[in-house]
Write a protein of this length. Structure first.
Length: 272
């Protein structure tokens, strides 16, 4: 009888443990202070993505600029190009080599676009399909995932699972940067994605399932003390119940949760 009263886990044990482990990797590698002090939960709304545009190119650029700022990468030399430019130059499909100036990654989502860019040998390219401007939420989620891929490459510290889980870990990293609602809403329960692919598809090709992304979102909100109403305000309705299931499952990992929260305490002490 007691077993019937237990909450059903949203994801399997191995996945849950990998998410906790990968969050720890992200906190240590990509600036815990930025995560705990400045990172926001990004919502698919005009409040987060304001701006008037007169063309497909302007819309793609507007979404890109907001996404780059929320990711804390305004000083990074990211170059936005269309998929037509990708077709014209197949070499653009190759992931960039690590560049020394970007190895020690510090992020600040409060910086504006007037800050001087970090000098590098070549810009980091991000491609978009003009058709995806019809789905701005998918476009922003795709941008965030590609930016996260660049961060992993430049950071030179492989995630838990190594290169084989590059796509999955970089998508989790995008959720870690605050884009969890957008990622969950655009997951479509399909696994996919290529670790060396830097183009943005018309329909986002996720590396994690809907439930994986919901679990990542729930862990993000638990660590950031974000209430349920704020977390689910723009989350698709059919994901509200899974989100609550994720929170209950996360609470069954008190030691892992405490270790992640302790990274915040350690970071705060070091900054004093």
């Amino acid at each position: 009888m007691l077993s019937l009263l237990k909450s059903k886990p949203l994801v399997d044990q191995a996945t849950a443990e990998w998410v906790f482990e990968t969050f720890a990797w992200a906190l240590h590698t990509f600036d815990a202070e930025e995560f705990f002090q400045r990172t926001q939960l990004i919502q698919p709304s005009n409040e987060f993505f304001p701006g008037r545009v007169a063309s497909v190119e302007e819309k793609a650029a507007n979404i890109f600029q907001h996404t780059q700022r929320y990711a804390g990468l305004n000083r990074w030399p990211l170059q936005l190009l269309s998929s037509q430019q990708l077709q014209a130059d197949p070499q653009c499909q190759l992931p960039p080599a690590p560049q020394p100036m970007l190895e020690h990654i510090t992020r600040d989502s409060q910086l504006n676009t007037n800050n001087e860019l970090i000098p590098v040998d070549q810009p980091l390219q991000v491609f978009y399909n003009p058709q995806q401007t019809l789905k701005p939420e998918d476009m922003a989620a795709s941008y965030a995932h590609v930016m996260a891929q660049h961060m992993v490459v430049q950071g030179r510290v492989l995630p838990p699972g190594g290169q084989e889980l590059f796509a999955e870990a970089s998508e989790l990293l995008a959720g870690f940067m605050g884009f969890g609602v957008l990622l969950a809403n655009s997951s479509y329960t399909i696994r996919g994605g290529c670790g060396s692919c830097y183009n943005v598809m018309a329909n986002r090709q996720p590396a994690l399932t809907e439930y994986d992304n919901v679990f990542v979102l729930a862990l993000f909100c638990r660590l950031k003390n974000i209430d349920n109403k704020s977390a689910t305000r723009y989350l698709k309705k059919h994901l509200h119940k899974p989100y609550k299931m994720a929170l209950k499952q996360i609470d069954n990992f008190p030691e892992q949760l405490a270790r992640l929260q302790a990274i915040n305490t350690a970071t705060s002490s070091e900054s004093r």
